[in-house]
Write a protein that binds this ligand. Structure first.
Ligand SMILES: [Zn+2]
Length: 403
């Protein structure tokens, strides 16, 4: 409740790191609270990362695990003056948000809510997002730290804590110092439904197509002018609509998704994100784009285009399959928390997908955060508690299975 009231929205347009200084306002409080628990090495670096260590209290050699969550909230919806509300003993009906009664969180749109009857649901008040993504994860990790520091008799190996800025704008691990962190395996706390466990993410590329038209004074442009905006629009129109689009696909299907269009008559750019669970499919989709592009250009003599592909992130399962104990221990911990396991594939990336390829294999564990990036975001207090239980058990499982 306290953490979400601190505005930590990140900004994709900013070039600084972190993208917004205000993210540190929360991070500083986290450091202070960790220090108060006796975690003396907790600190904030210039880039806005919080690092902290709960030292091992066992004589066994236990791999060092890290729990990680992000402090920033999505640029899609304001995070200023968030007023969190607890709806105790939720009755299963519509939740009308008081500051804008047209904002109604309804179980019709959010069927997961029906399973939360009788639980305590936290929402925002109707004019902002809540920020449970990922402050639910932050709170869960803080409570885990509180548990282990106040129960020193429970054996565990070294536990590292990492809070990152700028996850929502895809830069969450850009300045993470994994050497300094010194962890063998990580877990992000940034998945949704109770029991959800994600060891697979999309593989992702970005494609930028720049269209070059031919400019001429419009009064005297007959048979000369080629309008880059019209070429770009014609190209977009050739793309598949019933498939390969986020609005028409789900589960394991990938897509090709235009996210930004900009330009003038002379020059226009189109940006795409390309996604699939199978990395090889990205090249297939990019070939399809090239083919449609060439067909389009033929219809506009004089027009040219550049095509640039940029790798964004890769499916972390490619890494995690090499370290089966990371998932086995997480599943055991979820079971010990008395929660049914819900194996999921993230139709997106997480900090963990990039961390996995940087050398820190890092799947994603549930926190209860739901309907994120909008005003209807909510989280169940009881789901968060189960998340805490899970990661406490998880540290214990790693200790038990070590010698
Ligand atoms: Zn998140």
């Amino acid at each position: 409740m306290r953490y979400v009231q601190i505005d930590t929205q990140s900004d994709p347009q900013a070039t600084s790191f972190p993208s917004t200084e205000k993210q540190k306002n929360l991070s500083r409080i986290l450091v202070q609270e960790l220090q108060q628990m006796g975690i003396t090495d907790a600190h904030l670096d210039d880039y806005g990362y919080v690092y902290a260590t709960i030292p091992s209290n066992t004589s066994k050699q236990v791999p060092v695990i890290c729990y990680c969550s992000h402090v920033d909230t999505a640029p899609d919806c304001t995070g200023m003056n968030v007023k969190p509300l607890v709806h105790e003993n939720y009755n299963g009906g519509d939740i009308v948000l008081p500051d804008d009664p047209s904002q109604v969180i309804s179980p019709t749109d959010h069927p997961y809510l029906l399973k939360k009857k009788g639980e305590d649901i936290i929402t925002a008040s109707g004019t902002t997002l809540l920020g449970a993504d990922d402050k639910a994860g932050v709170a869960v990790i803080m409570d885990m730290a509180h548990y282990f520091t106040s129960n020193p008799g429970v054996p565990h190996g070294t536990i590292k804590i990492l809070f990152t800025p700028d996850e929502e704008i895809g830069r969450g691990v850009d300045k993470a110092d994994l050497k300094k962190l010194g962890a063998d395996f990580g877990y992000t706390l940034d998945a949704g439904e109770l029991g959800a466990y994600e060891d697979e993410t999309f593989s992702a590329d970005g494609v930028t197509i720049t269209f070059h038209g031919v400019s001429a004074h419009p009064g005297y442009a007959k048979d000369k002018l080629v309008n880059a905006l019209k070429v770009a629009a014609a190209f977009l129109e050739t793309l598949p609509k019933e498939e390969l689009s986020p609005e028409t696909t789900e589960k394991r299907k990938g897509f090709v998704h235009p996210v930004r269009m900009a330009g003038i008559a002379e020059k226009a750019t189109l940006e795409f994100i390309i996604r699939d669970f199978i990395t090889a499919k990205l090249a297939e989709y990019e070939d399809l784009l090239r083919q449609k592009l060439n067909e389009t250009l033929k219809r506009f003599p004089g027009a040219k285009a550049d095509f640039a592909v940029k790798e964004q992130y890769r499916n972390m399962k490619e890494v995690l399959d090499k370290y089966p104990q990371v998932s086995a221990n997480a599943k055991e911990a979820i079971k010990r928390a008395g929660v049914p396991l819900l194996e999921m594939s993230a139709r997106g990336g997480t900090d963990g997908s990039r961390l996995s390829f940087m050398g820190l294999p890092c799947p994603n564990i549930f926190t209860g955060e739901m309907a994120f990036h909008g005003k209807h975001e909510y989280v169940s207090v009881q789901d968060m508690q189960k998340s805490v239980e899970t990661i406490v058990h998880l540290a214990c499982v790693w200790e038990e299975k070590s010698r």
